[in-house]
Design a protein around this ligand. Structure first.
Ligand SMILES: Nc1ncnc2c1ncn2[C@@H]1O[C@H](COP(=O)(O)OP(=O)(O)OP(=O)(O)O)[C@@H](O)[C@H]1O
Ligand SMILES: [Mg+2]
Length: 357
């Protein structure tokens, strides 16, 4: 038998199965039998004159705030759900194509099955939008899963037991807090305050206090290099950064020095709202699950869990132990991957089963 067909025959790679985490900031894809094959920024640059996509992912991300007027760099996902259907559809097609190009089986395979993560309280219309996009891209079976459940599976929590786990996912667009027990989400809350909002806070603080205009990428750099949720030095002032931007009064380039303490002050209100949401979710959890939550503590995940001292802040304000997940930006997609690899035994965790012909 021809080697190519032999490979296809043995591995059944002609039809593929994928897991998608459609994050506000990044999209990750798991390919069955292969693992995580893509981690791409979820930014799309569109030419407004022609309506065509100019760039997707990292390339588009680098354009944010630097494009000519007729090109807009947008995120088709806002707050964990699809906000621009048309652009999101083009983006998914582009990403599937990209995965195919890099795949051993070449361009001949198609995606038979996809598992896609959604926030716990997303509406039927929002779920339908996700399903439609994948069906339109030619995927036959589209399954949705609550992201918190995928995180729990991806982090190896024992889900079948009647034990409660508290999961906190602080991503780019949303913070989702969920209590999970017996393989399902018991209570959950999410707020539109996460990493993106922290960047906005920094931009506003620098505008108000230094009369300096900076862009999102500069704010991101400030947050990652000197941002912290609790003081990391006794003085709180040990780290600082020189930041360049536009002087709002003179309109000319200007440089300022911003300290770790000031950055923390800029983000304080948002961080407090995140902590309050965690507390509120615990308050709504059934009393029988409280001892489990106290014993297991909090599983913290999402890119913003990497903000310095985020775990310490949550620990000190809730009194619960906080563990940051391994590889926190990939927990959702890893959970989806585990389901794909053990589909028959684990499909009960999925939300819906819609098949097209
Ligand atoms: N070292 C770090 N310190 C602080 N924040 C960080 C760090 N690394 C990443 N982030 C933040 O993590 C966020 C992205 O997290 P993540 O990849 O989990 O988001 P997402 O899944 O795309 O979004 P969402 O789940 O909200 O839709 C960004 O706001 C980014 O600034
Ligand atoms: Mg996420």
């Amino acid at each position: 038998m021809n080697k190519f067909f032999e490979h296809i025959f043995k591995t059944n790679t002609l039809s593929q199965e994928v897991g998608f985490d459609l994050g506000t900031n990044k999209i990750s894809v798991y390919l069955k039998n292969q693992g995580i094959v893509l981690n791409e920024s979820s930014v799309v640059a569109v030419n407004n004159k022609t309506d065509q996509i100019v760039a997707i992912g990292r390339e588009a991300s680098a354009m944010i705030g630097k494009t000519p007027q007729h090109i807009t760099a947008t995120k088709p996902l806002v707050n964990g759900v699809i906000s621009d259907f048309e652009v999101a559809e083009k983006m998914i097609n582009y990403l599937l194509q990209k995965i195919k190009e890099n795949n051993k089986a070449g361009k001949f395979w198609f995606v038979r099955r996809a598992i896609v993560g959604v926030p716990s309280n997303c509406t039927e219309v929002e779920k339908k939008a996700v399903e439609d996009i994948f069906h339109n891209a030619g995927v036959k079976e589209v399954y949705l899963i609550e992201k918190s459940l995928a995180i729990a599976i991806g982090s190896g929590l024992l889900l079948k037991e009647p034990k409660g786990h508290l999961i906190v996912d602080i991503g780019g667009g949303i913070t989702e807090v969920a209590v999970i027990s017996l393989g399902g989400v018991v209570v959950s809350q999410n707020i539109r305050i996460a990493g993106d909002k922290l960047n906005e806070d920094i931009i506003r603080y620098i505008r108000d206090n230094f009369k300096l205009a900076i862009g999102d990428q500069t704010a991101e750099k400030i947050k990652i290099t000197i941002g912290s949720a609790v003081a990391t030095h006794a003085s709180g002032d040990a780290s600082y950064l020189i930041v360049q931007g536009r002087d709002l009064t003179k309109g000319l380039p200007k440089e300022i020095k911003i300290t770790e303490k000031e950055v923390r002050e800029a983000m304080a209100e948002s961080l407090d709202t995140i902590v309050q949401t965690i507390k509120n979710t615990i308050e709504t959890a059934p009393p029988e699950l409280i001892p489990d939550i106290m014993n297991h503590g909090i599983l913290l995940t999402g890119g913003s869990s990497l903000l310095k001292g985020m775990d310490k802040l949550i620990e000190s304000s809730t009194g619960l132990e906080v563990n940051i997940a391994d590889d926190p930006i990939n927990t959702v997609v890893r959970g989806e991957g585990i389901i794909l690899e053990n589909f028959d035994g684990m499909k009960a965790y999925l939300l819906s089963t819609i098949t097209t012909n």
